[in-house]
Structures are given as structure tokens and as C-alpha cells.
Design a protein around this ligand. Structure first.
Ligand code: SF4
Ligand code: SF4
Length: 503
């Protein structure tokens, strides 16, 4: 046998009594799982093609479908589970690197869930967010730490360019190419409605979206796709992408099949050829080199736009952040190892990097210790799943959070983790016109607005419960957090006390 038979991961269960053979599932599935058998007059399923995206389950009018994990098992073995064995078979078949999408699904500790938020009782009154002002507005960028007056005694404006946000949540970088035109349309429109920002990722800025410039962050990544003067000017801020949480230390890869005419024009690269951005920026090998790029981008935009430097959360994140703060950047974005991606080698996604919670606590502390915390703002991302994660991140030291996977879930993503195939049945991670049109920008943008609005209310409620009435007062306020189920070392790294310890 040249190729090993690999049992499908999922099984399609069809209730024959309910199935009316309407063939909707067949039309909805881009993976070709469902088919009509004219001889039997019945529907059949090819389980080996199923990625568990749930499109058919959601659209079956009679609720006849269920997708379950396959019961077909190898001999029980705690060391060699079925997925690991299948991966070895796949590599022995192909000789290739395994590819995955979205974030690391491994059951490593999620420190957000081991952190608990404080609430006021009796002596320190809580604040009712329905009756009293609760400020979620903030500004990202360098803060002025001194006041200077000119010869006439007037206060000189020393303020560096700032990014105003109505809510401490931004949509994280997702390139046009990795996600669809309609997905970008939803993100851009929602960012404008919410008073926040979406991020082009490394795929350039589509000509139709320049109208959202005030709410756009453009990325300059190692491939420099789509970067030109107009692109830099067509944004509120510029982000230099040095690394990404899902794949620290390696570059990006967009398969040629996703490079349509429109994507190629936006990225300024040939159609149909793989877009591979190199692992390092070929002009950056030190903080001094990074500083040159920061300064060049500022010079090119007349010093009017804040520059963000995005890095993956890695072992020496704190020292790296200290260097970035001294490079002239206005904002540092740190992306944790559970962050999503359109495509990454599975081994890298699941084994490289560190949790964002630990990286954030260390970076914030280091910048404070060095007296340069006000030189930069901090945005963190990498699996921010709820408003509670946002509140905990800000209390740990972040100014704001990037959300990516949560935003895609709001658009209909079912986390099937097969974005790299380009066959997203929900019209998100695909460039196929018949799939892209499944995502209605009118509906999608409203769902994003709903999600962030709901989180904003929850953030206000949690802040009110703590007796805090502004994001600014919550930032780095670690006394508002307590840990449970953590070791002393973990608590020490997070700079948080154990639950039950007094102020
Ligand atoms: S969508 Fe549902 S009812 Fe229609 S063919 Fe598929 S399983 Fe049967
Ligand atoms: S974006 Fe689409 S392909 Fe990617 S995980 Fe979500 S549903 Fe699956």
C-alpha cells in the first residue's frame, strides 16, 4: 500500500426519517461531502472530506444532520492518540510539512481562566454603569510626561500622534487574500461604526476600503505586499509586523489559489503564484534597524501617524519590548501563542511561543521598571475570547486588545480550522466568488457591532463592580486580580496575588 488508509476524523449522521432529500447540504458543502445517489434516491456522505464546519447542519431545513467525532479508534494509548498517529501516516504519505489554520487547540493552561476579578463590597462602593458615566474611551500612543512652555508662556504641544478608541478593542490583522473581500467589508464598516480600527494585515489595502481610512491600520510586513505611499497615507496608523503569535519566527504563506485578480492587484504581486513573506525583514537585524524603519515610515507620513510594532509572544518578550519602546514606536502589539492564522505549519502553531498572559505581565513590568511605560501603549491579542479576558488583560497592563478569532466567529466561523484550503463554507477564509457571497456584509457588520457593543456593556459592568469608572484607572491595576489554581511561580510572573490574600 503506497498510502495508508486514514480513518476520517468526523462522521456525518443523517436521520433518514427526517431527510427529505432536498439536497441543500450538497449545495452548501464546498468540500463535496454530500452527494445524491440517483439509484437509491438517497443522500450519501463522504466522511473523509468533512471538516466539521457545520454549514450543512445549520442549513438542513429538517435538522436531519449531526456531525460527530469518528468512533473508529486505534488501540487506546495515552501517548499516541489517534490524531498523532494519523499525522505520522500523513507525513509518511506526503513527505510534507503539516499545515493548520486558526489558533493552537492544545489543552495548555489558559491563565485568563485562573484569574478572578475583584468587586467592591460595603466599604468601597461599586458604581452603577447604567446611572453613572463609565469611560471606555482611550487613546493609544506615547503619552507626554512633561509640560513645556514657549517663550510666551503658552504650553507647547508635545503630544505624539494618538489613536482614539471608543472601546478598548480593535480587530486584529487579517489580510485580504487570507480572508474574503466581504469579511474585510464587515470589519471595516464595523470598525467605523464602533469608533475603533480594523487591520489590513500584510495583504495591502483594497481600493474600495480607502473610505474607511480613519479606522484602518495598515501593515508593513516582511514581504512588503501592497506597500506604497498612498497605502501608508490611507491609514490612521501603520503596523510593522515582526511576528505573529500563531507562527513566531517564520514568514507568511498565501497559496497561489487564493491569489485572485483582485487580491493580486491589492497585494501588487502576480496572480496565482504563492505569496511567501520571508521570516525576517531583510533590512532589520537589530533594534537600530527597526528604528530606521519606524523613522522612515514616520518621515513618509509627515509624523502624523502612530507606528505600531507587532511581535509574537516569545521567551524574551520583555527585553524585546523594551527595545521596541526605544525604537521610536508609539504602540507595541504582542500576539500570544493561541492567536489565529489563515495558515501555519501545525508544529509551529502548537509548540512555539508563550501564553499572552505571561508575556503581557512581564512586558508591562519591565517597561514600568525602566520608567518607559508611558513611551508606548500596549495592545495584546492571541485568543481574547470574551469581555472578561479584555478586563483581565487591561488589569494585567494592556491598554487595549486585538480580537481576531472572536470577530470571525461573529461572522459565522465555526472554527473548523481549514482556512488554508480556501474552501471556507462560511464565506470568510475563501476567495471563491460563490462562497464569498455567502457572507452578507450588511449582516456581518451588524453582528460585529453587536458583539463589541455587548462586550463594552460587560466591561462597564465589571469596572463598575470594581468601583472603577475608567479604562485608564483599570490599566495595570493588578490588585483587581487574584489567581486560583496556579503555582507561586506563575503568580509571581503574573504579578498577581492568590485568591484570599488581602490587598
Ligand atoms: S439538507 Fe438535510 S434534508 Fe436536505 S438532503 Fe441534506 S440532510 Fe437531507
Ligand atoms: S474561517 Fe472558515 S475555514 Fe476558517 S476556521 Fe472559520 S469556518 Fe473554518
Amino acid at each position: 500500500m503506497d498510502k495508508m488508509y486514514i480513518s476520517p476524523e468526523y462522521e456525518v449522521i443523517r436521520d433518514r426519517d427526517r431527510c427529505t432529500v432536498c439536497r441543500i447540504c450538497e449545495r452548501q458543502c464546498a468540500n463535496g461531502v454530500h452527494a445524491y445517489n440517483a439509484e437509491t434516491g438517497r443522500m450519501t456522505a463522504d466522511n473523509s472530506r468533512c471538516v466539521d464546519c457545520h454549514r450543512c447542519v445549520c442549513y438542513c431545513p429538517t435538522h436531519a444532520l449531526k456531525i460527530v467525532r469518528s468512533q473508529d479508534t486505534y488501540p487506546e494509548n495515552a501517548n499516541w492518540d489517534s490524531r498523532t498517529i494519523n499525522e505520522v501516516y500523513k507525513q509518511a504519505d506526503s513527505g510534507g510539512v503539516l499545515l493548520s489554520s486558526m489558533g493552537n487547540p492544545k489543552p495548555q493552561p489558559i491563565f485568563w481562566d485562573r484569574l478572578l476579578v475583584n468587586a467592591s463590597q460595603v466599604t468601597n462602593p461599586s458604581i452603577d454603569p447604567l446611572r453613572e458615566p463609565m469611560e471606555t474611551r482611550l487613546w493609544l500612543g506615547k503619552r507626554s510626561t512633561k509640560i513645556e512652555r514657549d517663550a510666551g508662556g503658552k504650553i507647547r504641544d508635545l503630544l505624539a500622534p494618538q489613536l482614539p478608541l471608543e472601546v478598548p478593542i480593535l480587530f486584529s490583522a487579517m489580510s485580504y487574500g487570507s480572508i474574503s473581500y466581504n469579511a474585510h467589508a464587515c470589519l471595516a464598516r464595523a470598525a467605523e461604526a464602533l469608533g475603533t480600527y480594523y487591520n489590513t494585515g500584510e495583504g495591502g489595502l483594497h481600493k474600495d476600503f480607502y473610505k474607511y481610512s480613519k479606522n484602518t491600520i495598515v501593515q508593513v510586513a516582511s514581504g512588503r505586499f501592497g506597500v506604497f505611499q498612498g497605502y501608508l497615507e490611507g491609514a490612521a496608523a501603520i503596523e510593522i509586523k515582526m511576528g505573529q503569535g500563531a507562527k513566531p519566527g517564520i514568514g507568511g504563506h498565501l497559496p497561489g489559489m487564493k491569489i485572485t485578480e483582485d487580491v493580486s492587484e491589492t497585494r501588487m504581486i502576480p496572480r496565482g503564484t504563492d505569496a511567501i513573506s520571508p521570516a525576517p525583514h531583510h533590512d532589520i537585524y537589530s533594534i537600530e534597524d527597526l528604528r530606521q524603519l519606524v523613522c522612515s515610515l514616520k518621515e513618509a507620513t509627515d509624523y502624523k501617524k502612530p507606528v505600531i510594532v507587532k511581535v509574537a509572544a516569545v521567551h524574551n518578550a520583555a527585553a524585546i519590548a523594551s527595545g521596541i519602546a526605544r525604537s521610536g514606536a508609539d504602540i507595541i502589539a504582542i500576539d500570544g501563542y493561541r492567536g489565529g492564522t489563515g495558515a501555519a505549519p501545525t508544529r509551529i502553531r502548537d509548540n512555539v511561543g508563550i501564553p499572552i498572559e505571561l508575556a503581557l505581565a512581564q512586558v508591562d513590568q519591565r517597561l514600568r521598571d525602566e520608567g518607559i511605560r508611558e513611551e508606548v501603549s500596549l495592545i495584546v491579542g492571541g485568543s481574547i475570547r470574551s469581555s472578561a479576558d479584555v478586563v483581565k488583560a487591561i488589569a494585567l497592563g494592556a491598554d487595549a486588545c486585538y480580537i481576531g478569532t472572536a470577530a470571525l466567529l461573529a461572522l459565522g466561523c465555526h472554527l473548523c480550522r481549514s482556512c488554508h484550503t480556501g474552501l471556507c463554507n462560511w464565506g470568510i477564509a475563501t476567495q471563491r466568488p460563490e462562497l464569498v457571497e455567502r457572507l452578507d456584509p450588511e449582516v456581518g457588520y451588524k453582528r460585529l457591532v453587536n458583539l463589541v457593543t455587548a462586550w463594552k456593556h460587560e466591561i462597564q459592568e465589571m469596572m463598575g463592580g470594581m468601583g472603577i469608572n475608567s479604562i485608564e484607572a483599570l490599566r495595570g491595576n493588578r490588585l483587581m486580580l487574584r489567581g486560583v489554581g496556579m503555582t507561586d511561580r506563575e503568580l509571581e510572573l503574573l504579578g498577581v496575588r492568590y485568591a484570599g490574600e488581602n490587598m
